[in-house]
Write a protein that binds this ligand. Structure first.
Ligand SMILES: Nc1ncnc2c1ncn2[C@@H]1O[C@H](COP(=O)(O)OP(=O)(O)OP(=O)(O)O)[C@@H](O)[C@H]1O
Ligand SMILES: [Mg+2]
Length: 156
């Protein structure tokens, strides 16, 4: 799915729409350079999950936790070092905790990703516009197998 937004507020709304549909345990892997709008999108995710707390970028702390009916674990991997550091912050534990993991700079931890993530790529088109590509794991499976696969959810 590809969406163009023309303001930060529009990007937040797109994040909110995705956030409303997220189930516990899902990982949202965000990509896009500095200022692409990843944190803005995560603010929307939080709103969609019903989290009212203000979302701040976890650049220096790597992860911020926001409690809720479905908690949000917001990672910023910009400063992550190696796999050991990922282990040290408790990455595996977060995956088990029944929250939504939103991961900025997910391209820095590709070895830890399973392919089951929802991928969100943000690209800066101009000062105020962004292209947002959202890929769901099921759609990728379909593309990989030439579209002939049975939908596990609907049986069609
Ligand atoms: N359509 C848009 N969507 C999102 N942000 C936009 C848009 N247009 C302009 N902006 C601006 O771009 C910036 C996006 O900042 P944001 O912190 O969300 O980026 P980021 O991808 O998280 O960056 P970083 O890699 O530093 O964490 C903000 O200053 C915001 O106002
Ligand atoms: Mg950010």
């Amino acid at each position: 799915m590809i969406i163009i937004t023309n303001s930060e507020a529009e990007t937040i709304i797109e994040g909110e729409m995705l956030g409303r549909s997220l189930v516990p345990g899902v990982v949202v892997a965000l990509e896009g350079g500095l200022g692409a709008g990843k944190t803005a999108f995560v603010r929307g995710l939080a709103a969609g999950l019903g989290i009212e707390q203000a979302i701040t970028s976890p650049t220096f702390t790597i992860v911020n936790e926001y409690p809720g009916a479905v908690p949000l674990f917001h990672f910023d991997m910009y400063r992550i070092g190696d796999e050991n550091e990922l282990f040290d912050i408790g990455w595996d534990d977060y995956l088990e905790r029944g929250g939504v993991c939103a991961v900025e700079w997910s391209e820095k931890i590709t070895e830890a990703l399973t392919g089951d993530e929802i991928r969100v790529r943000l690209e800066r088109l101009s000062a105020g516009s962004r292209k947002i590509s959202i890929d769901f794991p099921h759609d990728r499976e379909e593309a990989d197998s030439g579209g002939g696969r049975v939908n596990a959810d609907t049986g069609l």
